[in-house]
Design a protein around this ligand. Structure first.
Ligand code: AMP
Length: 420
């Protein structure tokens, strides 16, 4: 299956070529025709599956076709994309900029935590697509800066995350402001009852599309488990990062303070690192992310919420400095390094109290995590029954993947041009 077969217009095909995309991902293959036919869609998919392009590409095409036949240009917002976090909003806007580069379709992104003035100025200039977080959208709507009466497509992204983050009430309020006659695309990684209920109430005859259940995303990531005492974790991290083949690592901590402490420790050990979490200003988070993507810093230390939506091509390693107590979170974390069809490596540092969490993870993923026994900081208490076979930690365990980072893989595993 190629993008041509999906009937995409030339301006979009050109942009996809620039991006180095050769094959649509499974969710793109299923969703693009449905959206082009103006049907409602219920997509069960998480980040890393290519879901942003699955809705952004056909929406750009629909808007482009409308623009071609329109008598006069109009400045109304035609598509609303609601997403839970600023990082995701920026990520979606970046993708729409890339895919829509030759279409002349305008987009604008608005989110909280920063001054609203430039967003209000942007709204005054007019936009075709508005990407927004719910709180800021409602604020600016209440102030009369946003007219939602002309929305034709509404995308609700990461609906389950909206629920987790306490935004579901805002989302429901936004929906009441939208015209009843519209196309709705609803995306969620999981379908808890409340989310399934919301989907039922706002979709009409949706086509259902589901890809890669959470437990199977882990399969393409090479995983390693290190048993270590809590007090030795920082030393172990510095030790592991001596391996030069770890070109970029996203390190997860449970708390914001933890993230700051780890980043400081790494900087002391001459390893370039920054922490990002909810207490940092939007500017400093964005700067850290830009530096990381550009390779100016090697390690980004993040909490789960802050890391949500971070999209880094060719991220070589994910390191679980602390093991999450929710097993799905582990899968989401390690999925950061297996993006766009590429594979990656995930290390997990497990202290005594976290051994039960590892058991839950193995139960969910149905995959053993090989244990690295040969490292300088073995735990003072031996694990009772290792959940997985032991492996030797050789420098080559990650070096053998170094060559892979040079090339981005297509969805059929063929090497393709790397995005610049
Ligand atoms: P998403 O699930 O939307 O967060 O996308 C995950 C990553 O996959 C992003 O880095 C995209 O740039 C990349 N991607 C999306 N579609 C394709 C494709 N058809 N071929 C290769 N990479 C893709």
């Amino acid at each position: 299956m190629s993008f041509e077969k999906l009937g995409l217009i030339a301006p979009i095909m050109r942009a996809l070529e620039t991006q180095g995309y050769s094959t649509p991902t499974p969710i793109q293959q299923q969703a693009i025709p449905v959206v082009l036919e103006k049907k409602d869609l219920l997509g069960c998919a998480q980040t890393g599956t290519g879901k942003t392009a699955a809705f952004a590409i056909p929406i750009l095409q629909l808007l482009w076709k409308e623009k071609e036949t329109a008598q006069a240009p109009d400045r109304h917002i035609k598509t609303l994309i609601l997403t839970p976090t600023r990082e995701l909003a920026i990520q979606i806007a970046d993708n729409i900029r890339d895919y829509g580069a030759h279409t002349g379709i305008r987009h604008l992104v608005i989110f909280g935590g920063v001054s609203a003035q430039s967003q209000i100025d942007g709204l005054k200039r007019g936009t075709d697509i508005l990407i927004a977080t719910p709180g800021r959208l409602l604020d600016l709507w209440q102030q009369g800066h946003i007219n939602l009466q002309f929305i034709r497509q509404f995308v609700l992204d990461e609906a389950d995350r909206m629920l987790d983050m306490g935004f579901i009430h805002d989302v429901k309020r936004v929906i009441t402001k939208l015209p009843a006659k519209r196309q709705t695309l609803f995306f969620s990684a999981t379908m808890p009852d409340e989310i399934a209920g919301l989907a039922n109430s706002i979709l009409s005859n949706p086509v259902k599309v589901a890809v890669t259940p959470v437990s199977s995303t882990a399969e393409k990531v090479e995983q390693r488990l290190f048993y270590v005492d809590k007090t030795d974790k920082r030393k172990l991290l510095v030790h592991v990062l001596k391996d030069a083949s770890i070109t970029s690592a996203l390190v997860f901590t449970r708390t914001k303070h933890g993230a700051d402490r780890v980043a400081k420790e790494l900087s002391r050990a001459q390893i370039t690192a920054s922490a990002i979490h909810g207490d940092k200003s939007q500017n400093s988070r964005q700067r850290a992310l830009t530096d990381f993507k550009a390779g100016r810093i090697r390690v980004l230390v993040a909490t789960d919420i802050a890391a949500r939506g971070i999209d880094v091509d060719n991220l070589s390693h994910v390191i679980n400095y602390e093991i999450p107590n929710v097993p799905e979170t582990y899968v989401h974390r390690i999925g950061r390094t297996g993006r766009g069809g590429a594979s990656g490596i995930a290390f997990s540092f497990c202290e005594h109290e976290e051994r039960a969490y590892v058991k839950d993870i193995v139960k969910l993923t149905k995959q053993a995590i090989p244990v690295v026994e040969e490292h300088p900081f073995p735990p003072s208490q031996e694990p009772a029954a290792p959940p997985a076979p032991a492996v030797q930690m050789r420098q080559s365990s990650s070096q053998q993947h170094a060559g892979r980072k040079k090339q981005k893989r297509s969805w059929h595993g063929r090497p393709q041009q790397q995005k610049s």
